[in-house]
Design a protein around this ligand. Structure first.
Ligand SMILES: [Zn+2]
Length: 197
């Protein structure tokens, strides 16, 4: 895979023309473009598809990285659920929200009703911006996905056909793999237990 620094650098360079196009060609407002860029940057540096392994994005969460530990254990690297565009972004958003929602459930009726009132007050006005936020995240994750595919295909090309791994079988984490260094990983593929980057 491209290293985390490569993903971050390319995504950052692409963000400039992408946001500029939204502003100049699609005539979006400055605030809409800023929210889009915020979602895009958040997905590039913190909530990216490579949270399924001990990547730069995973480490960037600092002490909060424990939050993503079950996610990392649940999905093999480059599994469909952690990398496929749109679907993987939605799954990460759902995963991010599960603990706050669970906490809210235990905080009692008074706090729940005040949160409900705040949500009903704010969401109708903020909804269009939420769309831009999520769209920014999806664009970032889609670019990540295509960079991973490009790097896999380049490896195949450079190895003149000897590199037979498909995209979802990258890094020796073949779903067919049964060799040394593999263990079953929650039904979503085979995780390589050998040293990983
Ligand atoms: Zn990746």
């Amino acid at each position: 895979m491209p290293m985390g620094i490569t993903h971050r650098t390319i995504n950052t360079f692409v963000s400039v023309p992408l946001t500029g196009m939204g502003y100049l060609q699609l005539h979006r407002t400055t605030l809409e473009c800023a929210v889009f860029l915020g979602g895009y940057t958040f997905a590039t540096f913190l909530m990216n598809p490579d949270l399924d392994l001990e990547s730069d994005g995973y480490k960037s969460w600092g002490l909060m990285r424990f939050y993503w530990w079950p996610y990392q254990k649940a999905f093999a690297h480059r599994s469909f659920f952690s990398h496929f565009p749109i679907i993987s972004t939605i799954l990460r958003i759902v995963y991010l929200l599960w603990l706050p929602i669970l906490l809210l459930y235990f905080l009692g009726a008074a706090i729940q009703s005040s949160v409900r009132e705040t949500v009903f007050d704010w969401v109708p006005g903020a909804f269009p911006y939420l769309i831009f936020l999520v769209a920014g995240m999806m664009f970032s994750d889609t670019l990540h996905f295509f960079l991973d595919i490009t790097s896999t295909n380049l490896k195949k090309l450079l190895h003149f056909g000897k590199h037979r791994e498909s995209f979802f079988e990258h890094h020796g984490e073949s779903k067919r793999g049964r060799g040394k260094g593999y263990r079953r990983n929650s039904g979503y593929g085979w995780r390589n237990t050998a040293r990983r980057r």
